[in-house]
Design a protein around this ligand. Structure first.
Ligand SMILES: [Mg+2]
Length: 376
């Protein structure tokens, strides 16, 4: 029984990472408390100018469901469908992702099981992990290459870069070549194009970098443009990744039917919820399409949810980490994982396994909101 009595949300401030590599985005955390004092944590994917809007949706959703005495994740998922009435968006989906995540955390704590054991009886032993090398500042090829080597030495099993960021196609080719030289021929190298405005950019770029054996070609164009993605997949012969900006299940079904991708990367804190995520993974498995969760979120609550989902689903391939976000997470949270030899190990604590220090969270938060849930 999950009888919610209180909802709290925090938006953290954006700050420069301790190593100066990048500006860490702000995060949105939700804590649900039940009438019998269980606490569940969730996290919503954030985008600039919308965080407070998502906070409001979270509080209004829970308040509107105050007459439900047992708001377990499945009931919440079904109620959300009714409330949305077919009208969803990434902000609504981020709100429902955060709430559902915290309900799963409560459920795991009530059953005294780690979440992956609540989600599956047949969990995976190992989760491969890769490091995303992203910065809001320009980094030259030498800086990216030495960071890649440093991260591989820290135990990450692959590297993702954004070669077209601040570079022409020709400059991006040199960048990919330098990074491949640095990390050697066998390390998976993922290229994220982050949706160029013109699909011809991907079509021109692919033949230039094929010799450097990229493991995948992420968002070569808008995820909604299914027929163009299919064209890029067919013409380039590279593994196409898409899905981080989409939500719900139907978009992914349509993309599967069109045979337009090789890998989906829905965001664990933005796709709508763990139930939607697992449904996408299950449907993808039937079409031999892999799922690697996108996680441009904190390396605390959302990262933990990603790891539990990866462990519980047979079809997930790798977990995404933003390494410079880990010291930031440690300012207000424990971490429940260890990384070595390209594999991430998850602790067996109940629920998500994350403990938040509220006082520390307050120190880095710019916004706090509390709603007490009154039962009618
Ligand atoms: Mg991406």
């Amino acid at each position: 029984m999950i009888n919610i009595s209180k909802v709290e949300t925090w938006i953290t401030k954006s700050e420069l990472s301790d190593d100066g590599w990048s500006q860490i985005k702000n995060f949105l955390f939700v804590k649900l408390t039940t009438a019998d004092d269980y606490e569940g944590w969730g996290e919503a994917f954030t985008l600039p100018t919308r965080e407070k809007g998502v906070v409001q949706i979270i509080h209004d959703l829970i308040t509107s469901l105050s007459n439900i005495d047992d708001l377990n994740p499945e009931i919440f998922h079904n109620e959300v469908k009714i409330i949305a009435d077919g009208h969803r968006g990434i902000d609504f989906s981020a709100a429902t992702s955060a709430i559902e995540m915290s309900l799963w955390d409560i459920k795991g704590k009530q059953e005294n099981k780690p979440l992956y054991k609540v989600l599956s009886n047949n969990s995976k032993k190992e989760i491969p992990v890769y490091a995303t090398i992203w910065s809001d500042k320009y980094k030259n090829n030498e800086e990216i290459s030495s960071r890649a080597i440093e991260l591989l030495n820290q135990g990450y099993g692959g590297i993702k870069i954004y070669p077209l960021q601040n570079r022409t196609i020709e400059e991006a080719k040199i960048c990919v070549s330098k990074i491949r030289d640095g990390i050697g021929p066998k390390t998976p190298l993922m290229l994220d194009l982050a949706c160029p405005k013109d699909p011809n950019i991907a079509l021109k770029f692919a033949p230039l970098i094929k010799e450097f054996n990229p493991y995948w070609f992420e968002e070569p164009f808008e995820g909604e443009a299914t027929s163009m993605l299919k064209k890029i997949k067919n013409e380039t012969g590279l593994k196409i990744v898409t899905g981080e900006r989409q939500f719900g299940v139907y978009h992914y079904i349509e993309t599967l039917i069109a045979e337009a991708v090789d890998i989906f990367n829905p965001d664990i804190a933005g796709v709508g919820g763990i139930i939607d995520f697992l449904k996408i993974a299950e449907l993808s498995n039937k079409k031999e399409v892999k799922v690697t969760p996108h996680c441009w979120n904190s390396m605390s609550i959302a990262a933990s949810a990603m790891l539990h989902v990866c462990k519980s689903s047979p079809n997930t391939e790798m977990a995404e980490f933003f390494p410079e976000y880990i010291p930031h997470a440690l300012k207000f949270s424990n971490t429940n994982f260890t990384i070595s030899n390209g594999i991430i190990e998850l602790d067996d604590k109940p629920g998500l396994g994350i403990d938040i220090n509220i006082e520390s969270l307050k120190n880095i938060a710019s916004n706090y909101k509390e709603s007490l849930i009154n039962k009618n």
